[in-house]
Write a protein that binds this ligand. Structure first.
Ligand code: ARG
Length: 405
């Protein structure tokens, strides 16, 4: 039996059911070979990182010379299987992990990332409370600040904590018996999972119900925490010309905060390091609310616009997509919430690449992610090629680990 804490008070639910991971479909790792747990840090990766810190002059004013620091780190790895980054190394590692993210168009600002060092925390309740603090700090009433909170690393014999949500703020997908989903279909499996673990769905079920955080500590036991309302800024959507748009009662959360990508710096793995930027208009308008396997709103919008939907050749979907994205942009602007537009952000990304070239660094980028999903050819990022993504580059945010729940 596993006790599950729900919210900041506590209540218990029945035992942890047998589950498959909602993302991968995999079962628990102990089904076959035992999970070996965190491994000792790779010495070469550690040294390579220390050299990068030195080369970019990022060790901080009171730092030891490279040779001394390298010797100390190698001794520490020898004795303990891991080592502890200085505050400056941690901060630099997090910034460079962002700089290396080949899918991100917003990297011009990589040096402005606020790094919240919470490496002393492993207990799920502390992790959840600091995620709430992160959201409040990062949201600032709408003047969004890019931030990352780094929790305890995996060390030999003791894994760090885990956040199972893909983002700190996400909307539930409520599955009906007929297979349709109310809310975000992308989160339907995760919603079923947290319900099994003790979460009560709001009644009536809405399309924009904020999911609880699902956090496990080093012992692997999952705990649920509701996000307090004041930590979740949301923007109701209106359109600058279409009054009827308000009747659709759409909204989206202000802060995208990825919470399931491990951060790896110099061979040390931080499994929980949620990070946020601010939204680009098209992420919400041309994907989350538009994709047929997400909120799928184009048919409803086209019908309100009075468009002929009898053939794709009337371009009704394209026309509805522009108006939906315009509504998103307009609403965030009216609410005073930071949001980028795809034209400006594309130009800024090319500025970033030029700066990186000047600094003599490789500039990997993934064309399929960097080109916006609306009016690609109207943006500057469309019309060129990029250095290939280098998945082996470090420091890095890694793809989400297979979930053991
Ligand atoms: N595309 C994701 C979403 O719609 C967010 C990814 C990160 N985006 C960002 N602007 N930092 O929620």
């Amino acid at each position: 039996m596993t006790a599950v804490v729900h919210g900041y008070g506590s209540s218990t639910s029945e035992g942890l059911p047998e589950q498959r991971c909602p993302m991968t479909g995999r079962g628990r790792p102990d089904a076959g070979a035992p999970d070996p747990g965190p491994q000792p840090v790779d010495r070469d990766e550690a040294v390579e990182f220390l050299e990068l810190v030195d080369a970019e002059d990022a060790a901080g004013p009171d730092a030891e010379p490279l040779a001394q620091r390298r010797a100390a780190v190698l001794d520490e790895i020898e004795a303990t299987g891991t080592y502890r980054h200085t505050g400056a190394e941690l901060a630099f590692g997090a910034l460079v992990a962002w700089r290396n993210s080949a899918r991100c168009i917003g990297r011009l600002y990589w040096q402005t990332l606020q790094v919240r060092d919470r490496r002393h925390l492993t207990a799920p309740a502390d992790v959840a409370a600091e995620c709430v603090a992160h959201l409040r700090d990062a949201t600032r009433g709408g003047r969004i600040r890019s931030s990352i909170t780094v929790f305890a690393p995996d060390v030999p014999e003791r894994p760090g904590p885990r956040i199972h949500n893909e983002q700190l703020i996400r909307y539930a997908g409520h599955r009906s018996p007929d297979g349709t989903v109310r809310g975000d279909p992308r989160l339907a499996d995760f919603t079923d999972l947290v319900e099994k673990l003790g979460w009560r769905r709001p009644e009536p079920r809405g399309r924009f119900d904020v999911l609880p955080l699902l956090v496990s500590g080093p012992d692997g036991r999952p705990h649920l925490y509701d996000l307090p309302d004041d930590a979740v800024l949301e923007v109701p959507l209106t359109h600058p010309e279409f009054d009827w748009f308000t009747d659709l009662r759409l909204r989206w959360h202000a802060v995208p905060a990825i919470s399931n990508m491990p951060l790896v710096i110099g061979g040390v793995r931080y499994p929980v390091a949620p990070f946020n930027g601010w939204y680009l208009n098209t992420e919400i308008g041309a994907r989350n609310l538009a994709d047929a396997d997400r909120y799928d709103l184009l048919p409803a919008i086209a019908s309100r616009m009075g468009l002929d939907t009898s053939s794709v050749r009337t371009l009704w979907r394209d026309r509805a997509l522009v108006e939906l994205t315009l509504a998103v942009q307009h609403s965030f602007d009216e609410a005073g919430v930071t949001m980028a537009d795809h034209h400006t952000e594309s130009d800024r990304f090319l500025t970033h690449l030029a700066k990186e070239a000047k600094a003599g660094r490789s500039r990997p980028a993934d064309w399929t992610w960097v080109v916006p999903p609306l009016s690609g050819g109207l943006t500057s990022v469309f019309h060129r090629y990029y250095d290939d993504p280098r998945p082996e580059q470090r420091p890095a945010f890694l793809p989400p680990a297979p979930d053991a729940l």
